[in-house]
Ligand binder design. Sequence first.
Ligand code: GLY
Length: 371
Amino acid sequence: MDTAYKTDMMNKLTNKVETMIGQIGDKSPHVAREDGKYDDLAHNWWTSGFWPGLLWLMYDVSGKQSFKDAAWEWDAKLERCFAEHPIGLHHDVGFQFLPTAVIKYELTGDKEGLRIGLEAANYLAGRFNLEGGFIRAWNTDNAVGWAIVDCMMNIPLLFWASRATGDPRYKHIAMKHADTFLKYAIRDDGSVCHILSFNPESGEFIEQLGGQGLSGTSSWSRGNAWALHGLAIAFRCTGELRYLNAAKRVSHYFIASLPDDHVPHWDFRAHPIEAEERDTSAGAIAASGLLELADLVPADERRIYANAAERILHSLAERYATWDRPEHEAILVEGTGHKPAGQNVNVSLIYGDYYFAEAFAKLNGWAHRIF
Ligand code: GLY
C-alpha cells in the first residue's frame, strides 16, 4: 500500500465521518442493516463509546473543530448511566469511557474527562475477583464467575488510570487479569476462546465456553482480534515480554486462518467455512492491533505484522466499504455481531467502523494513544 493510497483513504474517511455527523445526529449507533440507517441504542449499551471515539479520532487526525464539537458532550451523557442504568454497565466501561472521557482529557486537558475516566476505572477495578484473578464480565446471575476475552481491550482503562494517578493498583489488577487470560484462554496453537468460567467463590478454573463463538473449542474471530490487540497494548503499557510473545502467537494464528481475501469469517472453525458470514469488524480490530504490534517489535519483524494489517485493510477498503453509497450511515458492511444467537448477522457494526478508521489513522502516522 503506497503513501498516496493511505492519504487518499484518510481523506475519504474524513469526508465520510463529516457526512455521518449529519446523518447520525444524536443517535447512539450500534448496527446498520440493508437500508443503511444506524439504530439508536440506550447509552448504557457496550458500544456507545465508539461513535464519539470516531469523532475524537478524526478531530485528532484532522484538527477540525466540527469533530470536537460533535464529540464533546458524550462522556457526560455516558456518565449518567452510572446513576440511571447501573446494572446495564459492566466490564465494557473500557470500551465506553476510553474513547470518550479519557481521550477528551488526553487531548484537551478537560478535568471532567479525567474525573469521569477515573470513575469508570474505579468501577472496572471493583469487578475484580481476588480468588480467581479475573475481572468479572457481565452482570447476569449465571455470569458471576465469567471472564471474557473482550476484557483484554477494557483493561487499558486500568493502565491509563495508573498513569493518570500515579497509583499502581489499577495496573496490578490489569496484569493479574491478563495473566489469568494467558493461563486459561490462549491455547497452544494461538487460538482463544470467548468465555472463561471460574468458581466465583474459590476462584478455581472450570472450563472454556463458546459464547459468541461456535463452541468452547472453536475460535471466534473477533475474540481472537480483541486478544491480539489487547495483548499488544498490555505489552506497550508494562514492557512484560510474556504479553508480547502471546500477542505474536495469537497474531500468527489469526493471520494463518484468514481466507483468500484476508477478511475473516465470524469463527475460524465454522464449517464449511466458505458458506459462513464474514465479520469485517474482526478484520478491522485485528488490523489496528497488528499495526500496534508492528510498532512494538524489532525492525526486522515489523513487516510480518504491518503487511498483514495492510492486506486486511486494503481488502476492507476495496470490497467491504460504502464509498459508493453516500446515503449509507456506516463505513463497513458484512459485520457479524452474535451468530450463535442469530443476532446482527451480515450488518454494519459501529466498532468495525471505529477500528477501520483507527487503523488507517495509524498508517498515516497517528501516534496518539489513549492508554
Ligand atoms: N461483546 C463484544 C463483542 O461482541 O465483540
